[in-house]
Design a protein around this ligand. Structure first.
Ligand SMILES: C[S@@+](CC[C@H](N)C(=O)[O-])C[C@H]1O[C@@H](n2cnc3c(N)ncnc32)[C@H](O)[C@@H]1O
Length: 271
């Protein structure tokens, strides 16, 4: 009998892993693969811990059929990570998951670039967006005010030579603003909803090239939340956008061919 193929899901920013498990379980239950791997890529070690626990628990602990591998790194550095490249090449079939990451929400060309820089011939990717819905501003702000987004936000400051202990000397806060963006002028989108996170120094601080007086703030994360019609305008420019299953669980979707890799865009309301 011919050997069954091995499959690997590469999740860029798995968060709590609740979405990663959906295609993983589907693959495990199909019986079509000798081995399924989940490759978790995230800049936050805390997020990787949570995602790994979710996957172990919900996959039913089957080390001979399913394994988890984690890479703590920025997406932007992935293409230079030899251990990562070696690991994913050991699989016959690769599928990339890019669900609702802050990097991708902001700028479709950046998101697209991260995928295209790392995908290999024949690979598939699914991209999910969290859409903005009117009337949910408080819920969005609350989710960004949590400890997880505070940690994620601080990663950028570390690149500027701030250290973990500086987090205790700074107040973290979130702002939601609506404005037009010059970068998206050609799409005629109107006002876009932008969520920004900041750290405010409680005392004077000098780190690397940055000097802050007490009360000065540094912006950390900027994430744009598109409304459905705005997302369609922006993403259809890059490829076909599939709007499916907006309020229910995510599902596996039909594919879109882009040269020899295929990337599927899908959208989900809320979040
Ligand atoms: C909003 S969460 C999305 C979680 C999950 N995919 C979901 O849809 O529920 C974004 C995740 O991406 C990670 N992340 C954001 N930007 C990143 C970057 N540039 N490099 C690596 N990880 C990043 C964060 O740490 C976080 O775990």
């Amino acid at each position: 009998m011919p050997r069954k193929p091995t499959k690997c899901f590469i999740d860029l920013g798995p968060g709590d892993g609740e979405k990663t498990i959906i295609p993983v379980q589907y693959a495990l239950e199909s019986g079509r693969y000798q081995l399924v791997s989940a490759v978790l890529v995230d800049c936050s070690d805390d997020m990787l811990n949570v995602a790994e626990k979710t996957l172990q628990r919900l996959s039913g602990y089957m080390p001979d059929k399913f394994r988890i591998k984690r890479f703590q790194t920025l997406f932007e550095n992935l293409k230079n990570d030899e251990a990562f490249k070696k690991f994913i090449r050991e699989h016959d079939i690769r599928e990339w998951l890019f669900y609702g990451t802050t990097a991708g929400n902001f700028d479709p060309p950046i998101l697209h670039g991260i995928l295209v820089d790392n995908m290999l011939s024949g690979d598939r990717a699914q991209v999910g967006l969290h859409l903005y819905t009117e009337g949910r501003d408080d819920a969005i702000i609350k989710s960004y005010e949590g400890l997880a987004m505070r940690d994620v936000s601080f990663v950028g400051l570390k690149e500027l030579a701030f250290a973990d202990k500086d987090k205790e000397e700074m107040d973290y806060y979130v702002e939601l603003t609506k404005r037009e963006y010059e970068e998206f002028k050609e799409f005629d989108l109107g006002l876009l909803m932008a969520i920004k996170t900041f750290f405010r120094a409680r005392k004077p601080m000098e780190r690397g090239l940055v000097t802050l007086k007490a009360g000065d703030s540094l912006q950390a994360v900027l994430s744009i939340k598109y409304k459905e019609d705005q997302a369609i305008k922006v993403f259809e420019h890059k490829g076909k956008l599939v709007v499916l299953n907006k309020n229910g669980p995510l599902e596996l979707l039909p594919e879109y061919k882009d040269d020899d890799i295929s990337i599927i865009y899908m959208m989900k309301t809320g979040g």
